[in-house]
Design a binder for this molecule. Structure first.
Ligand code: UD1
Ligand code: UDP
Length: 398
């Protein structure tokens, strides 16, 4: 291709911005090869804007789909409609999506219907249980059906894609771009502590006291799951009065209601607004341990050498569990209390989990993805079909 590759990166939520920013910045560095556009569906608003500000990014388009208390269907329907209209007027060579959000799935589907190629960053994560996490597991399996390029963060993710029948010549193991983002930000915050917001309990953390950093927002934990999580944190806070429990509360009303009802008014539980990425990375680095149901935090904690208790029954990121830095505790009051108390009481147990491992990447994932896209042959759809058929024939012969 003689003209630069028209690559449109789509993001809608906080984690997609964090994980696509390094790739966008990398593509922008070579204007003779790449002409990147950065679009947001606006599935999130405040959380998205916070993440964009960290990387000093302004989207080229903003479809502003977020509505309070939205369902995945609301988001999918709005994204499909807006992307159909846009693709009717302009079509990039490739649409780059990330992860497993409704933004990523619906944008991929619209691109597929419009004949636009799809590149999937963070492809191949699987629990193989459509209901955990819900609806993300189904979203990512469906994106795999639609994508032309599959960028798998680990070799296990690659194997999952092959098990789903994806042709191996469309799969590349690149590492996860979250580590590129984290490396960038952790270097900044270690060199110079970021400004912390006024609701952050900085004064109480001035000495080296223990700190537990908490995040939670999974739809499958709404209701009973969140009540159990909050009861566990309340019990732990009473049992460990010299430990500070810092909880930046997600903006979803289904999360905020039980958290405020069950956890507010406790001296050592700090319910604060979501943190921008720099202070959040600083807080992870300061924490004694992390208690979370987040996907991204499961990838970041091992890189920072932090023990992480994962409030889920299953995970699509088993590498950290196998490396011993993550432990699954479910959204289960007794298991959360037992695992957390053990780590808070026993420095040796904490130290055993607190070793830095890098199963999710080496900080160069964006570079690899850019090279693969930059060197790809963008033939016609017909040619691609032939290549796929040839590939299947060759596979049978082997
Ligand atoms: C979505 C992603 C999930 C990701 C999470 C990141 C899907 C299916 N899930 O969660 O994988 O981990 O985002 O946080 O796409 N809200 C605001 N302001 C914001 C963001 C959210 O007020 O900036 C509130 C709104 O009321 C919104 C609600 O939170 O309706 C839910 O947001 P949504 O993106 O739909 O959440 P999830 O689908 O649970
Ligand atoms: N994060 C942040 N501020 C917060 C909580 C999380 O910047 O208050 C970052 C976190 O470091 C990770 C990403 O947001 O990179 C994870 O987003 P989230 O937990 O919302 O989504 P998930 O990763 O579960 O899809």
């Amino acid at each position: 291709m003689t003209r630069p590759l028209q690559a449109t990166l789509v993001m809608g939520t906080r984690p997609e911005v964090i994980k696509l920013a390094p790739l966008y910045l990398r593509l922008r560095r070579e204007p003779e090869r790449f002409s990147p556009q950065f679009w947001t569906t606006g599935q999130h608003r405040e959380l998205l804007d916070q993440a964009l500000a960290t990387f000093a990014l302004t989207p080229d388009r903003d479809f502003q789909v977020m509505r309070p208390g939205q369902t995945p269907s609301d988001v999918a329907a709005a994204v499909l409609g807006r992307f159909q209209e846009t693709f009717a007027r302009e079509r990039p060579d490739v649409l780059i999506v990330q992860g497993d959000t409704t933004t990523a799935f619906a944008a991929s589907l619209a691109a597929f219907y419009a004949g636009v190629r799809v590149a999937h960053v963070e492809a191949g994560l699987r629990t193989w249980n459509r209901f955990a996490p819900w609806p993300e597991e189904a979203n990512r399996q469906m994106i795999s059906c639609l994508a032309d390029f599959h960028f798998a963060p680990t070799s296990r993710a690659r194997d999952n894609l092959l098990a789903q029948g994806i042709e191996e010549n469309r799969v590349w193991v690149t590492g996860n771009t979250v580590i590129d983002a984290l490396d960038l930000v952790v270097a900044r915050v270690r060199a110079c502590a970021p400004t912390l917001p006024p609701d952050f309990p900085a004064a109480r953390l001035a000495d080296d006291r223990l700190m537990v950093l908490i995040t939670g927002h999974r739809r499958e934990n709404f209701g009973g799951g969140f009540e159990a999580i909050c009861r566990a944190v309340a019990r732990l806070a009473e049992r460990f009065p010299r430990c500070e429990f810092v909880y930046p509360v997600h903006l979803n009303p289904n999360v905020r209601e039980p958290v405020a009802r069950l956890l507010s008014g406790r001296e050592n539980v700090h319910l604060i607004e979501p943190l921008a990425y720099e202070p959040f990375v600083w807080a992870m680095d300061r924490a004694s341990l992390l208690l979370t149901d987040s996907g991204g935090v499961q990838e970041e904690a091992p890189h920072l050498g932090k023990p992480v208790l994962v409030m889920r029954d299953t995970t699509e990121r088993p590498e950290a569990v196998e490396a011993g830095t993550a432990l699954l505790v479910g959204a289960d009051e007794e298991r959360i209390v037992a695992a957390c108390a053990r780590l808070l009481e026993d420095p040796q147990a904490r130290a055993e989990m607190a070793h830095a491992v890098n199963p999710y990447g080496d900080g160069h994932a964006s570079e690899r993805i850019a090279e693969i896209l930059g060197n790809a042959e963008f033939g016609t759809r017909k040619e691609e079909e032939i290549t796929t058929k040839e590939h299947k024939k060759n596979k049978k012969r082997r």
